[in-house]
Design a protein around this ligand. Structure first.
Ligand code: ADP
Ligand code: MG
Ligand code: MG
Length: 205
């Protein structure tokens, strides 16, 4: 897995977030403050700009640059959380990047979010999409599955995890202020996390 694949991952995520921006914002309107789509679209536009202006020379540089841009430009709760996924993943990643190495580093990123957001699976947050994706990747590595198939399995797990937030009551973030009224809506951060994983599957060949 080379630098170009990591750049393509963020470019494809930017495309999917742009496409689904209004949908993500509508999800956030139901249980938050109606800014998740615009926040993330702004942040990923900045990520793409940074990757063009300062061409990264390694996968680690892509992750660090993307994470930093997300922290600077997304704002809200999700900016620092997404930023820490990719910055921590960058810290943990060893080159050359194998699927096993990717999986282990991604998991460190997910653990960083859980620690920073003090969120566990079931709290109705992005963790409910990211943690199943990480688990799916680890299982794919264990089973010796190819890269594309592994990323497709991770994308499916993330999408299912996002849908599974619908009946949950939020225990973290703005949505938790609604108590039981947060039940019945998909968590916007879980939905956008599923887009990050779908983008990965789209660019893997
Ligand atoms: P804000 O709520 O500040 O407006 P966003 O709308 O951009 O930020 O992001 C909201 C998303 O952030 C939520 O849908 C949820 O997935 C995620 N989130 C919020 N708080 C936490 C937390 N403590 N841990 C993990 N994820 C969280
Ligand atoms: Mg919001
Ligand atoms: Mg906000």
């Amino acid at each position: 897995m080379d630098t170009d694949l990591f750049v393509a991952w963020f470019e494809e995520t930017a495309r999917l977030v742009r496409r689904d921006r209004d949908h993500l914002t509508r999800l956030d309107a139901a249980i938050g403050d109606a800014d998740h789509g615009t926040n993330l679209d702004r942040g990923l536009t900045e990520v793409c700009k940074a990757l063009t202006e300062w061409p990264p020379e390694s996968p680690v540089q892509v992750l660090t640059s993307a994470g930093t841009a997300l922290i600077r430009r997304v704002g809200g709760a999700s900016g620092p959380l997404y930023g820490s996924v990719f910055r921590q993943m960058g810290k943990a990643l060893r080159s050359p990047v194998t699927l096993a190495g990717f999986s282990a580093a991604f998991d460190e990123g997910v653990v960083a979010v859980e620690r920073l957001g003090k969120a566990a699976p079931g709290d109705k947050t992005m963790v409910d999409a990211l943690a199943p994706a990480s688990r799916a990747l680890a299982l794919a590595v264990r089973d010796g599955v190819g890269v594309r198939e592994a990323f497709e399995q991770a994308a499916r797990a993330a999408a299912e995890g996002a849908k599974a937030t619908i009946p949950m009551q939020a225990r973290k973030g703005r949505a938790s202020y609604l108590g039981e009224r947060s039940i019945g809506h998909e968590d916007p951060g879980a939905a956008s996390s599923a887009l990050f994983m779908a983008a990965l599957a789209n660019v893997a060949s």
